[in-house]
Write a protein that binds this ligand. Structure first.
Ligand code: ARG
Length: 261
């Protein structure tokens, strides 16, 4: 008991409507996944998720938030084992996961995208046929890559890395020809290192009428905060807090800090 970061505490009785909140919430997350969760050289934890967590938990609910590093591939199992109270890890809401966890309302939209080396001749999805693609284990990037593998009749090799940085390293040193991963994380990589670019084209985002980014999108996905399936009251409190953070303009402030053009 007591390993879940305060599932039982009813703390200070804030609210007065009979609802109870923990004093503290431990958040499982795979770090680094810049710009959502990463450590600065000085060891400070930063990122979009970290700031949304502060706004929702600390400021809105009065619950002290604390991030705990965990591998992405085992993050749902770890939540359900009680190692932390929620997951905030740029996690895409999907049906497979929704059988094991409950999600908050969506808080961010993302797209699977393809990054290659600048000097690559890969200029379309189809041109990936016969190449080797790097992905992070357990992610929707892997799902998208497996979809392409099927489309190509198996003619696509996949290499899975524990963290996205491993996939980016493999792209740099030529072990893979492309990385499939969430657009804003790929953009952070492309913008901060020389020698890499997106594969361009239209795709899923444009088809679904989304405000499409200027490169090929394989999927449209929404991020959610994940909860254990017996945590309905807390999930509803967090949903209300998230709505308040959107209404107050705090969400937009945080958003434009990280994603201003
Ligand atoms: N959005 C993708 C997914 O849910 C990738 C998330 C990876 N997150 C992380 N912190 N490493 O599968």
């Amino acid at each position: 008991t007591g390993s879940d970061g305060g599932a039982t505490g009813n703390g200070t009785g804030s609210g007065g409507d009979g609802s109870s909140l923990p004093d503290k919430v431990v958040i499982g997350s795979d770090i680094p996944y810049r710009p959502f969760e990463y450590e600065t050289a000085a060891g400070e934890l930063k990122g979009f998720d970290v700031e949304i967590a502060r706004a929702v938990f600390d400021e809105q609910l009065g619950v002290t938030s604390e991030f705990k590093k965990t591998s992405f591939d085992t993050i749902i199992a770890s939540l359900n084992q009680g190692n932390f109270r929620v997951i905030m890890s740029a996690m895409t809401i999907n049906d497979e996961r929704a059988q094991q966890v409950d999600f908050s309302e969506p808080y961010f939209t993302a797209y699977q995208t393809i990054v290659v080396r600048q000097d690559s001749d890969i200029d379309s999805k189809e041109a990936l046929k016969g190449t080797t693609v790097g992905v992070q284990k357990g992610t929707t990037g892997l799902d998208a890559a497996q979809g392409l593998q099927e489309e190509f009749g198996g003619d696509l090799e996949l290499k899975e890395y524990d963290q996205i940085t491993g996939a980016f390293d493999a792209l740099s040193n030529g072990q893979v020809q492309a990385v499939i991963n969430d657009n804003t994380v790929n953009a952070e990589f492309v913008n901060n290192q020389d020698g890499f670019r997106f594969v361009e084209g239209e795709g899923a985002a444009a088809e679904e009428g989304e405000n499409a980014p200027p490169y090929l999108t394989l999927t449209v996905e929404n991020y959610g905060i994940a909860f254990r399936q017996d945590d309905d009251e807390f999930r509803e409190q967090v949903n209300e807090a998230l709505a308040a953070v959107r209404e107050s303009g705090t969400y937009d402030d945080i958003y434009s800090n990280y994603f201003s053009g």
